[in-house]
Write a protein that binds this ligand. Structure first.
Ligand code: 13P
Ligand code: SF4
Length: 331
């Protein structure tokens, strides 16, 4: 695990980060699964698609990415001229780990008539081996634009792929990866929680297994779950995704109650993403001060990965501007 470099005693981290952001002409981007203090400092908080768009559009010199490695790499692929720093380079993703590029290339080679539609939660190498990237908020729009008779490989999340396949009655060859965070929700404990809160709807991320999705009133990306939290008519919502998303709900909707869906031990601590949790205020401060650790990508690889990401940005345009709770302004 990487160590936090020396920080002088008495440093006011929040004030120093704000000063460094200005000095470096940096933008701080954060995912909804980040710690509340990082979300509150960010210039923009969003889901994977929104963060990709922001990274492509910003005119800042530096992007400080509070998220995981594949997200920061996406920012670098789309904005190669910018310095992209990730507070902790060990912030990976179980989905990325499940899909080694050489195995994915061999899988593709065995199915030459299939196109590869790939979840953004993968390495740059796997993006380069794919035809179209999707996020959970763009997957439905994009899938509907692919001719019905076109065979598809979908990876690396078998639950997102399975949910899309059931929803659109469309067969796809699924890569067998899972998100360890969403995999940890317990159906038994969820049913107990639902019985304690009769009438409370359940909102679930499509990375959840079918046993959880089957009980959900709403299934969608983090930003769509935030929209549902705003719009559902009741006062209590059960949330089956990484619990840090509830920070935005509690800020924007203090009159409503949000309850995290439980893991097998009956509480939701096992659903905190251990990778996202590696980023801290201290590490963000050091990253802005030292402009390290930086994301670097070899140019040939970047261009190949950019082609599948550009395809997503082009095809996803129909899904933009649905009026989510974010964006969140600078702290
Ligand atoms: P979205 O925010 O795009 O729904 O992605 C969720 C996630 O797991 C990111 O790692
Ligand atoms: Fe990966 Fe799951 Fe963490 Fe998202 S929540 S970064 S999919 S391990």
């Amino acid at each position: 695990m990487s160590e936090v470099k020396t920080i002088p005693a008495g440093t006011d981290l929040i004030e120093e980060i704000k000063a460094l952001r200005k000095e470096r002409n940096a933008v701080i981007l954060a995912h909804y699964y980040q710690k509340p203090e990082l979300q509150d400092l960010a210039d923009f908080v969003g889901d994977s698609l929104e963060l990709s768009r922001k990274a492509a559009e910003t005119d800042a010199d530096v992007i400080a990415f509070c998220g995981v490695k594949f997200m920061a790499e996406t920012a670098k692929i789309l904005s190669p001229e910018k310095i992209v720093v990730l507070p902790d380079m060990e912030a990976g993703c179980s989905l990325e780990d499940s899909c080694p590029p050489e195995k994915f290339a061999a899988f593709r080679a065995r199915h030459p008539d299939h196109i590869a539609i790939t979840y953004i939660n993968c390495s740059t190498e796997v993006k380069a081996l794919s035809d179209i990237i999707v996020t959970s908020s763009s997957a439905e729009t994009i899938l509907q634009q692919i001719p019905k008779d076109q065979p598809i490989i979908f990876g690396p999340d078998r639950h997102l792929g399975g949910w899309l396949s059931r929803k659109f009655d469309r067969e796809m060859l699924l890569w067998p990866g899972v998100c360890i965070v969403h995999e940890a929700f317990s159906e038994t404990e969820l049913l107990k929680l639902m019985a304690q809160h009769p009438g409370a709807p359940v909102a679930a991320h499509p990375e959840c297994p079918p046993a959880i999705i089957d009980h959900a009133d709403h299934v969608g990306s983090t930003s769509s779950i935030l929209n549902f939290a705003r719009d559902f008519p009741g006062d209590t919502l059960i949330v089956a995704t990484e619990p840090h998303i509830m920070h935005q709900m509690e800020k924007a909707l203090p009159e409503k109650t949000f309850i995290g869906a439980p893991g097998a031990d009956g509480n939701c601590n096992c659903n905190i993403c251990p990778y996202m949790a590696l980023n801290t205020l201290e590490k963000l401060y050091v990253a802005l001060r030292d402009l390290e650790p930086r994301v670097e990508i070899e140019e040939g690889l970047r261009l190949k990965a950019k082609a599948s990401l550009d395809k997503m940005l082009e095809m996803a345009s129909a899904s933009v501007g649905k009026g989510d709770l974010g964006p969140v302004s600078a702290g």
